[in-house]
Design a protein around this ligand. Structure first.
Ligand SMILES: Cc1cc2nc3c(=O)[nH]c(=O)nc-3n(C[C@H](O)[C@H](O)[C@H](O)COP(=O)(O)OP(=O)(O)OC[C@H]3O[C@@H](n4cnc5c(N)ncnc54)[C@H](O)[C@@H]3O)c2cc1C
Length: 305
């Protein structure tokens, strides 16, 4: 199903992002955790791809499994790092053949870091990729990325929002945000987004801090700020994983409540292929929100350290 058709039925959506497991052990863990999360009846799920297309085949295998065997709406992420138009056309045709109706179109980052290399075929920004896919494959419902604290390379928020508008004008149907740890960033961003004339849904991305060292690293790379108070609390218990987990969970629960109370159009969980925190957040929200209560079913919360 196209995600925009899901929007017609659901005032807010609850979705999960997974990434392709790297090895057999990770694949078993992924299966157990994804199985638990599917019991929560997500509106849709997404599957990331590696920088520079390094995990393309694995991404497709998992999206194929979710879409055609498990019958969930699943959206692959797709980037244009070093991609020719011919390759993009081939990959989109493969998605069509696999009954995939949604695609998250991104510029991506070079796998070895550093500046984005000049694309051989002029696909230098997500908006170029969206333009190309929309022109040749009107079939797809298209998602794209948004940055409440601005994209790290953008010279200003104003410029970044102008570029965001290009993505929507070229055909992005909805946006999913980068992680943020203070809802004010999202609310202020949304004011600017609406003033810029962007009307589509902008779904907040939620990343519960379950492993402080790891998520601090992610946050630094993506330019997301973790509030000082939260950093201090986490640092004080850094070698006690259960305490770190509980602080991160409480914080994410508060963030989720506040977002839903302020009319966010749902939540997109960056699950890191783990189910425990998302299941516990659902459980805590289920008391307050009927739409989540209907989805939430008792699930166990596996935690494989
Ligand atoms: C929800 C989400 C999911 C993601 N999933 C993945 C994934 O699966 N795999 C992966 O590798 N990466 C993923 N990323 C990371 C993403 O690829 C990087 O953040 C990348 O640096 C930017 O991608 P983009 O699509 O936002 O790029 P763009 O929208 O192209 O923006 C990149 C930069 O260029 C600027 N810009 C855009 N258009 C123009 C223009 N016409 N002229 C000048 N400047 C311009 C923007 O302001 C921004 O600074 C994800 C990010 C998010 C938020």
């Amino acid at each position: 199903m196209r995600i925009t058709d899901i929007f017609e039925k659901e005032k807010r959506t609850f979705s999960f992002e997974f990434f392709p497991p790297k090895n057999t052990k990770a694949a078993v863990q992924f299966g157990i955790n994804a199985g638990q999360l599917m019991k929560l009846q997500p509106s849709f799920v997404t599957e990331t791809c590696g920088a520079g297309g390094t995990t393309d085949d694995k991404t497709l295998d998992i999206v194929d499994l979710f879409t055609n065997k498990l019958k969930f709406t699943c959206m692959p992420h797709y980037t244009c790092v070093n991609a020719t138009r011919e390759k993009v056309a081939y990959d989109m045709r493969t998605f069509v053949d696999k009954n995939i109706e949604n695609v998250m179109l991104l510029r991506g980052d070079p796998p070895e870091g550093g500046p984005f290399p000049e694309n051989p075929d002029g696909l230098n920004y997500a908006s170029d990729l969206i333009n190309f896919v929309k022109k040749h494959y009107d079939h797809f419902c298209i998602g794209a990325a948004a940055y409440p604290e601005k994209h790290p390379e953008a010279p200003s928020m104003k410029k970044d929002i102008e570029n965001l508008k290009k993505k929507v004008d070229e055909g992005a149907d909805f946006l999913v945000t980068q992680m943020f740890f203070k809802n004010d960033y999202y609310y202020k961003f949304m004011d600017k987004v609406r003033k810029a004339g962007i009307k589509c849904r902008v779904i907040p991305g939620l990343l519960p801090i379950t492993d402080f060292r790891q998520i601090k690293r992610f946050a630094e790379i993506s330019g997301a700020h973790i509030p000082e108070m939260l950093q201090k609390k986490m640092s004080d218990v850094i070698d006690k994983p259960d305490e770190v987990y509980n602080i991160g969970l409480d914080y994410a629960v508060q963030q989720a409540h506040d977002l839903l109370d302020n009319d966010a159009p749902g939540l997109h969980f960056f699950t890191l292929n783990r189910s425990r925190s998302a299941v516990e957040i659902y459980k805590s929200l289920a008391d307050n929100y009927k739409d989540l209560r209907e989805r939430y079913q008792e699930s166990f919360t596996p935690h494989v350290p």
